[in-house]
Ligand binder design. Structure first.
Ligand SMILES: [Zn+2]
Length: 108
């Protein structure tokens, strides 16, 4: 069984979409559970089934393609309230999400 990459990935800073991790739903989280969804914002909160870390998932669009990416739910926030009240995607960046997923390690 592999572990998730949440801990390593969440150590980074996430300031614009460039820092978002594309397809982090599968490359960082493990067996994610959907906690909340906002159709209006096109965002979701996902919880990693391995460690319980909650991540926001948003969609970046270049106009030609769409990429779903993840970034951490801000600390101290209730993820469901945050999503409905304050959540916004990361600041748009023309280069799109390109944060790489951390490599997963087998538990020792
Ligand atoms: Zn995890």
């Amino acid at each position: 069984m592999t572990t998730c990459g949440c801990e390593a990935a969440s150590q980074r800073t996430f300031t614009s979409v460039r820092d978002g991790i594309p397809w982090g739903r599968t490359s960082v989280l493990r067996d994610p559970v959907e906690v909340a969804r906002s159709e209006e914002k096109g965002m979701m909160v996902l919880r990693c089934r391995s460690c319980g870390t909650e991540w926001a998932e948003a969609c970046w669009s270049s106009g030609h393609m769409e990429v779903y990416y993840v970034f951490p739910v801000p600390g101290g926030e209730d993820p469901v309230l945050w999503l409905t009240e304050r959540a916004e995607p990361l600041e748009w960046d023309a280069s799109g999400p390109n944060g790489s997923a951390p490599s997963r390690t087998e538990p020792g």
